[in-house]
Design a binder for this molecule. Structure first.
Ligand SMILES: NC(=O)CC[C@H](N)C(=O)O
Length: 397
């Protein structure tokens, strides 16, 4: 039990309405907010100082409980625009301070109400610094967060729940969060990136290159950025077949981010991606999409010790040595040593040297492990959308 000392709190303190129980048996008492109930998953930490609504709604966080290292979460409330999917996908959040009343002109409700409405559990009053050190030292553990306004908890049952959860390795979560329907982005949904006073805006009916995006659990800002870079986007389910995709007459293919273990999806993702690569149409992948491109060309992916989740991760672009400050959210990575001869590493994490991008040398296909769509995070890497959409335009002549 790594670093167990700060958590030796076996008895429920007066007024505790929330608790985190780790599979190791460590118990952290706090105050619940949002929905009541319990949720089990991987406990990870995120270092972004802004964008908690975007983070909670990112489908890549399915199966995870997020510890925010920034102590004040919730102070700008919740609004209907800053979301990456229709509902939160993270199971819950662990924070230091109780969320205060929202202070922002865009707030429509407070964080606790938004969480409750979406059946997501919050746990405040936790020493998130100590918990983060625990995760850094021991890896991301399995845990249960529970909220009971009456303060009634069955710790044995919660511990059994934590111990019974199998872990993210080997878990296919992409199918479950993907769209079930094929739809045109911007037709039924908002179009481009958000601007103060304009919102997301629509898409004019210009003749745009057509991207078919395979949705493994995509963040909406990826589609908004593709639109911003000049594309028209159609979204298809994670399980769409090669024929279904080609029937849409794509100029290029996009592989989205998504939750869970990339290798666990390989039966239905890799064969389709391999066929798509044979068409030599430009292909771009982000995060899970990057890992799947890696798997499709024969590389291996591996579970990382603690993963990368934050909005200030430096990445070195190997072509010119430039450093991009990026948004990251991943717990698996492509193993550089397993890349085949026709795949070249293009980016490297400056935090731990892990692979952060690749391109094929015999196909117009590239991908990055980080999130150029930011949301939240810096926009240093928007050029990747321009590069991809530019390749579609030149293909069309
Ligand atoms: N953001 C993502 O697409 C995450 C990819 C994958 N689920 C991982 O954890 O590494």
């Amino acid at each position: 039990m790594a670093d167990a000392k700060p958590f030796a709190m076996p008895d429920k303190p007066e007024g505790a309405t929330g608790v985190l129980v780790l599979a190791s048996g460590e118990v952290l008492w706090g105050r619940g907010f949002g929905a009541e109930g319990e949720a089990v998953g991987e406990v990870c930490f995120h270092t972004a100082m802004t964008g908690y609504q975007e983070i909670m709604t990112d489908p890549s966080f399915a199966g995870q409980i997020i510890t925010f290292t920034f102590p004040h979460i919730g102070n700008v409330g919740a609004n209907p625009d800053d979301i990456e999917a229709d509902a939160p996908h993270a199971l819950g959040m662990i924070v230091r301070e109780d969320p205060t009343a929202p202070s922002n002109f865009r707030a429509m409700e407070n964080l606790s109400g938004w969480m409750a409405r979406h059946t997501r559990i919050g746990l405040a009053g936790i020493d998130t610094r100590a918990l983060t050190r625990r995760i850094r030292g021991g890896g991301a553990p399995t845990g249960v967060i529970a909220h009971s306004a009456a303060g009634v908890f069955d710790l044995d049952a919660l511990l059994a729940m934590a111990r019974g959860w199998p872990g993210l390795e080997g878990m296919d979560l992409a199918k479950g969060v993907s769209t079930q329907l094929h739809y045109g982005w911007g037709e039924t949904r908002e179009g481009g990136v958000w601007r103060l006073g304009f919102g997301y805006g629509g898409i004019e009916n210009a003749d745009r290159p057509h991207v078919v995006a395979i949705d493994y659990g995509s963040k909406h800002n990826i589609f908004r950025n593709l639109v911003q870079a000049g594309a028209k986007v159609s979204v298809v389910p994670a399980t769409a077949s090669y024929d279904e995709i080609m029937a849409l007459e794509p100029d290029g293919i996009f592989l989205s981010n998504g939750p869970g273990d990339p290798a666990a999806t390989r039966d239905y993702t890799v064969p389709v991606i391999r066929q798509l690569l044979e068409t030599s149409k430009p292909l771009f992948g982000i995060c899970l999409g990057h890992q799947l491109l890696g798997l499709a060309v024969g590389a291996k992916t591996t579970k990382m010790f603690q993963g990368h989740r934050g909005a200030n991760h430096p990445v070195k672009r190997l072509s010119d040595g430039a450093v991009e400050i990026t948004s990251m959210n991943h717990g698996f990575a492509v193993e550089r040593e397993t890349l085949p001869a026709n795949a070249r590493e293009t980016h490297v994490s400056l935090f731990d040297g892990s692979n952060a991008g690749l391109e094929l040398t015999d196909r117009p296909a590239f991908s990055v492990q980080y999130h150029p769509e930011a949301s939240p995070g810096p926009q240093d890497s928007f050029y990747l959308f321009e590069r991809f959409v530019g390749a579609l335009r030149s293909d069309r002549g």
